[in-house]
Design a binder for this molecule. Sequence first.
Ligand code: HEC
Ligand code: HEC
Length: 327
Amino acid sequence: MSRGYSLVIGILFILSLIFIVVLGDRLGEEIERADRNMTQNAQNNASSKEALTVAYNPPSLENVPDGPQGEAILRGHELVNDTSKVLRQDAASAEDGQKRINELSCSSCHAGAGLEEDSSPLVGVAAKYPNFIARSGDIVTLEERINGCMVRSMNGEAFVEDDEDLDAMIAYFKYISEGIPVGAELPWLAQNEMKEVPTPDVAAGEEKFQQSCISCHAQDGSGTGALTGPALWGDGSFNDGAGLARMSKMAGYIQNNMPKGQEKSLTDQEASNLAAFILSQDRPEFKKHEGDWPGGGKPKDLMTKDLRQQVKDGTIKWDEVLSKSAK
Ligand code: HEC
Ligand code: HEC
């Protein structure tokens, strides 16, 4: 081998050594940088999550802006708080008013026009919608969600798209959702669902109802007024397509909110008994059950006419109605 040739090989060898060392170093730096990025991302995520958990702090109605916007917000508040009265007053005749809507108000379930933190509040809904709703099998807008309660809980007619009253409700919900970012976690929303509903004793539910509920809701459940004790069953109440027509939601609602003034005093068993008694009474029928849960997953605890009849006949199989797979 010539000396010149081994010199070239030697230099090449040294060069590649240097290359390997430098490359290794770079690689180390890269890995370190990736590491740092990852921890930083994790920290960012943690702090953005913190930022997204917002406090319950709706603005006061005394601070609405002047002018048409403020007027719409206040009109929206009035509509949500005293829905049936306001809408019936505006109807062409008393009969039209009754056809349009039942005897309830949004406040009959979303107390204080959705401002009472512990009673199905609606603060932040403008930031939550559009949102996927399994019952609709689709992403629905806030307008559509309001109409969901209009045709079920209020047993009434849906608002048409550009209805001024619907716009006013939206203005109000936007106002009480002010400052809440889209996608924020709002732990006070949709809290009234009992996870495991015990098998009810309907007769015990009736007894408890006569003891603890009739002072406000009347002995026949027809109520004393939308804001003093709304109708729990019968023509003036919600229809059997409403959320509260489900055992899990009714038992959860009763336990969290009733008897008013002594909230959270009932056991799971008592709340279940009461829910079964109330939901086995007659109420308006929802006409479009077939369209619900188009993607499957229809709950079995929705107390439709068939199930009400089964309670009366004594043939109802509560374990099936309340089975976990039903939800
Ligand atoms: C009979 C009781 C009842 C009445 C009356 C009622 N709602 Fe509801 N509303 C419910 C229940 C139950 C839910 C479902 C909560 C859940 O998902 O657990 C709901 C949900 C909603 C939601 C969605 C909340 C969320 O967190 O996604 C909006 C918005 C709403 N209602 C608006 C209204 C408006 C506006 C009215 C009056 C026009 C009204 N509701 C009347 C019972 C009622
Ligand atoms: C002191 C009066 C009072 C008593 C007692 C009372 N409620 Fe209510 N209830 C109300 C009021 C007022 C509302 C409207 C929502 C609100 O303000 O919290 C309501 C709403 C309801 C609703 C939802 C609206 C509807 O029409 O379905 C149900 C269900 C209900 N109460 C069940 C019961 C049951 C069951 C008892 C007995 C364990 C009971 N309440 C005792 C006053 C009362």
